[in-house]
Ligand binder design. Structure first.
Ligand SMILES: Nc1ncnc2c1ncn2[C@@H]1O[C@H](COP(=O)(O)OP(=O)(O)OP(=O)(O)O)[C@@H](O)[C@H]1O
Ligand SMILES: [Mg+2]
Length: 231
């Protein structure tokens, strides 16, 4: 479970990127994170990934807690990150390495023998439908293919949580739809998914919860639907 309790984040001691955000996400859920550019979506995701720490409040992800005063040890964060896959807004593939190597680096973090690692890389590439591109360099791929590689890298260690920050950013309709279906499949296999998006069409055609931010404040969807349904 992921819990954010009264999170506030200020950058440079002044600018409030997040302001009193409280929310819960249950294991297995699919949630959208929406809000205008600059609303704080990436900042919120970075708190879950523990790349940023709150100025006030508390973040708890699968039992690891960070707050202004207490940060998990480096080793704990590394362990936590092995349980998460993240697709960054800026993709972050290594341009001078092959697709295979890009995913292999992430797979090694998950451990196992070299043979097991290679098998996991091929499985992840197969899931995203790009096993035939394993020796290409990222710049030889289309934007949609690069995004799929980023997804393969994120799921190669079978994470409990997939964070996808605008995974369909600059892609055309049909490619965006394919990537969204892929992320839905990953969720259907049991992985919790948090997907930041500007694309309302995904929200209109599904019933997943929408968590919405405006100027760093939560304006919708903080409570887990599963919990809300219980009462
Ligand atoms: N490292 C940083 N230092 C200072 N300010 C930052 C930093 N990171 C983000 N901000 C500011 O925090 C605010 C929220 O940024 P964030 O990237 O979380 O927005 P976003 O909702 O992801 O926007 P977009 O839809 O454009 O990706 C912005 O005003 C941004 O300029
Ligand atoms: Mg962002």
């Amino acid at each position: 479970m992921i819990e954010l309790t009264h999170i506030r984040k200020t950058y440079d001691d002044a600018f409030e990127a997040l302001n009193d955000v409280t929310l819960t996400i249950e294991n297995g859920e699919f949630v959208f994170l929406t809000g205008q550019s600059g609303a704080g979506k990436t900042t919120l995701l970075k708190h879950i990934f523990m790349e940023e720490f709150p100025t006030d409040g508390m973040v708890s992800v699968f039992g690891r807690v960070s707050s202004a005063r207490v940060h998990p040890k480096f080793r704990e964060i590394a362990k936590l990150r092995r349980e998460m896959g993240i697709v960054f807004q800026d993709i972050r593939l290594l341009s001078d390495r092959s697709v295979f190597d890009n995913i292999c680096f992430a797979a090694r973090v998950g451990g196992g023998t070299e043979r097991q690692i290679k098998r996991r890389v091929f499985e992840a590439l197969t899931v995203v439908g790009l096993s035939h591109k394993n020796s290409s360099k990222p710049n030889q791929l289309s934007g949609g293919e690069q995004q799929r590689i980023a997804i393969a890298r994120a799921i190669v260690n079978e994470p409990k949580l997939l964070i996808a920050d605008e995974p369909t950013g600059n892609l055309d309709r049909s490619i965006s739809d394919d990537i969204f279906s892929l992320i839905e499949s990953i969720n259907s296999w049991g992985t919790t998914v948090i997907m930041a998006t500007h694309d309302r069409s995904f929200l209109e055609r599904t019933h997943y919860r929408e968590i919405s931010l405006a100027h760093g404040k939560l304006i919708r969807g903080g409570g887990s639907r599963i919990i809300a349904d219980r009462y």
